[in-house]
Design a binder for this molecule. Structure first.
Ligand code: GLN
Length: 383
């Protein structure tokens, strides 16, 4: 038999999705894969039913239904204060996951190098490899997950084609300061590097932290491929609606990649989500306040375990240090925790490029009842 590709052998299956299967098998509360356990707004669910009834069953325009691109362009302009042309600067994708691989394949040739922070969200490494590129990792140092400017410069100096920035950051919960982002921007300019962002947690940011869209930094709009999604903002992770925006020159190439990868996201859902994009500004404020309360709830339980964790500034994840419990193999520990404690986390090592086995990641996009039930169980971790 011929051999399957070396590329696909170069990365592993997602441990995030595996931990969901483990949680389902043993009946643990799933704080592993990041998704909300509540329903999306009722008006949005009704809009999906209406789109089905209205016969929206065939392909949308490949780069996104026009009314969705119009609504997205208005939202992005509102959020970034930048003009955006829905006809030439935007592509609708199957989740941010597709936006990211499209962005990577749009800018990378085989042999290129792509910079990533470590810890990173699992997809970026796989996306770089699938694009024929080699990942170059820059450490975010626990427990505060800041970077060392000299280490960042050394990575850019290797000649990066693109740098991937997840902000607010999964898994570590950082919201990078404007000063930090300006350092990345200066290096992108100096070494002529594209910046690919993953900003899916753009509306899950806890005061006093503020989200700065990378494309709004001076000179960065032309070299930034901004990726985001509606999954987290409207509690519709299973609808698979994401988007990529960039300059018309970049989008002209990205559209082709997207078209040949997937043709497009589910047409009725593209039509339906326009309803959500017309929600008032108060929707986004309430979302942030609600997630801040959930963060505080889970962190309150973690305080009672006596274990150290990094308080998230944004996103909906917490990194918990389980090394005082004698954890040296975080994958085995996570499976044990799902079975014996009844709460499934993601092993921290799945996010790190170097051996790091002290952490597990917990997701707090869950109802207060679920977080309290998980919290009671987490107390069993007390030493
Ligand atoms: N981004 C979420 C996480 O990190 C969900 C990932 C996924 O399964 N697509 O858990």
């Amino acid at each position: 038999m011929p051999r399957t590709s070396r590329r696909t052998a170069a990365f592993s299956e997602s441990l995030i999705r595996e931990m969901t299967r483990v949680a389902n098998d043993c009946g643990a509360i799933n704080l592993a894969q990041g998704f909300p356990d509540g329903d999306p707004p009722a008006a949005l669910v009704q809009a999906a039913k209406d789109a089905m009834d209205a016969g929206r069953h065939q392909y949308a325009i490949t780069w996104g239904a026009p009314e969705l691109r119009d609504a997205l362009a208005k939202k992005i302009s509102r959020d970034t204060s930048l003009p955006i042309d829905p006809a030439r600067e935007l592509v609708v994708t199957c989740g941010a996951t597709e936006a990211l691989i499209v962005a990577m394949m749009t800018v990378c040739d085989p042999g290129d190098r792509v910079g990533l922070f470590s810890p990173f969200y699992e997809s970026y490494n796989a996306d770089a490899i699938l694009s024929g590129a080699t990942p170059v990792h820059v450490r975010l140092h626990p427990p505060h997950y800041g970077f060392d400017p000299a280490e960042l410069r050394a990575a850019f100096a290797q000649g990066l084609k693109a740098f991937v920035l997840c902000n607010p950051s999964n898994p570590c919960g950082r919201v990078f300061t404007r000063a930090e982002l300006l350092q990345i921007a200066a290096l992108a300019e100096e070494f002529d590097t594209f910046v690919i962002t993953d900003e899916v947690y753009e509306h899950i940011v806890f005061p006093p932290h503020l989200h700065t869209y990378f494309c709004t930094l001076p000179g960065m709009a032309a070299r930034t491929l901004s990726c985001s999604a509606l999954s987290k903002t409207f509690l519709i992770t299973g609808w698979r609606l994401g988007h990529l925006w960039a300059s018309p020159e970049i989008i002209a190439q990205a559209r082709k990649v997207h078209d040949f990868l997937t043709v497009g996201a589910a047409a009725p859902l593209q039509h339906a989500v326009v309803t959500a994009l017309n929600f008032p500004a108060s929707y986004y404020t309430a979302l942030g306040t609600d997630y801040a309360a959930r963060r505080d709830l889970l962190c309150g339980w973690l305080d009672r375990t006596g274990l150290a964790y990094t308080r998230p500034e944004g996103s909906y994840f917490v990194m918990l240090d389980v090394s005082p419990l004698g954890c040296t193999d975080d994958v085995a520990f996570s499976k044990w925790m799902a079975r014996e404690i009844g709460v499934a986390p993601v092993p921290g090592s799945s996010f790190f490029a170097y051996p790091e086995h002290r952490f597990v990641r917990l997701n707090f996009a869950k109802s207060p009842a679920t977080l309290n039930a998980a919290g009671e169980r987490l107390l069993r971790l007390r030493k």
